[in-house]
Design a binder for this molecule. Sequence first.
Ligand code: HEC
Ligand code: HEC
Length: 433
Amino acid sequence: MHTLVLGAAVAVLGACGDNLADDELRQGGARTVDDRTREAFTHPLPGLEDGQLERHRLGRGPFGFQWMAPQLGPLFNHDACVACHAGNGRGLSQIGPSVFGSQSLIRVSLASGTPSVPGGPVPVPEYGTQLQDHAVLGLPEVRVTLTWIDRNTQYGDGEPVTLREPRIVVTRPDGSALPPFDMSYRQAPPVFGLGLLEAVADDTLRALADPDDADGDGISGRVNEVWDEVARATRIGRFGHKASVATLVEQTAGAFVNDMGLTNRMFPEGDGMTDVSGMQLDQTIFFTATLAVPAAAPRDGAAVRGRGLFDDFGCASCHTPTLVTGDSHPIPQLRGQTIHPYTDLLLHDVGDDLTDARRDFLAEGVEWRTPPLWGLGLTMVVEPEATFLHDGRARTVAEAILWHGGEAEAAREAFRLATRRDREALIAFLATL
Ligand code: HEC
Ligand code: HEC
């Protein structure tokens, strides 16, 4: 992370008054809601006008709707946005033929060849860049099985921990082998607060980036540069685990067509027909851009200490506590907000243990987008079975930290080798988010 920007962020915080901890609890700035129940991620931004509120409520329809044939499919992963983003939170690391739909999905590509969009992944013949493991009629594209392999490690004080990692096997529906291609298995991230992340100015992200680690702190985040189908230009990527999508427009239109087989204005059928109307698409995009961020819980003594350790261990170098949104987002309520998402939206090398060995625009296998940590403590309130990291391998927040490597190895080791009391304090802080 670039020190100049750190200075700027501190100056912004200083301007908010002396009670820094209290300010940080309003994680979405003025777009924060006070709800830490299982409904926490379901609220529209405070401050929407009547017409906007109506649009948000209409967008909840197509997001929650269980689509059926003839719109659904013919190939799909699941039949509703909310089936993978339950309560607008994250999905389960669950995939395979035994259930009606899969809550996670597999992106695929070839290591070389001609990409379908400039700079993007190279589609696999027959399969494109995403596998659909379900079909309305007949056989799906593939059969996927997921199993978990245990791996043992220990804390500095000798306390043992068992981690687990996924093994994905993909075959043709009849069980026969497929030609080799690159695969990336991903679970669904939460969808609240994304309008605010979209509203952070490109310049802010570029200033946070330090691709050559010029400041020598061992942390060299960089932006992903991705193809924006609407602008027909290359832009900074923000969404998805590899920041491979630039806008909520494209993320939403892409989810309709790829995850559910629902054609739309951006991705129509050959004859120009669509399953989803232009109005439904726009309402769903507006809905995903206008979900509020829950306030953090008040911090007790342990959590206050944990907040300090979050800085001391180096977590904050990537999980940037404070960002200020820019002044050009089309939704005025998203502009000029001081937010606490704990992300820089940049790509970081977090080590070989987490690699998917697949390139996604500029992102290499070992690189992932720093995920926002706001709402982290509500994860299991919203979905008791939910798990962490891009593929859901981590069953607890502590396991998620123990998987960090690469540029985050020093931070992980600081946590792993800390006293039990300090580890618990850090976890107590993260539980307040
Ligand atoms: C089959 C499960 C599934 C369905 C159905 C699904 N999603 Fe997702 N969603 C995912 C996964 C997996 C990702 C992460 C994709 C990646 O990393 O490339 C994701 C990512 C997202 C993101 C980006 C979140 C972020 O933090 O960057 C948004 C927004 C989103 N989905 C919205 C939707 C909408 C809207 C729909 C319905 C039109 C939908 N999703 C349907 C699984 C699903
Ligand atoms: C070098 C940058 C970097 C540092 C330093 C770092 N992280 Fe992360 N963190 C990431 C990235 C990138 C991911 C996503 C990895 C993945 O999904 O495989 C992540 C994922 C996480 C997750 C899982 C979030 C979720 O929604 O599933 C948690 C929790 C987390 N980090 C906490 C921490 C803590 C606590 C520290 C300090 C001990 C820390 N991180 C240090 C970059 C970093």
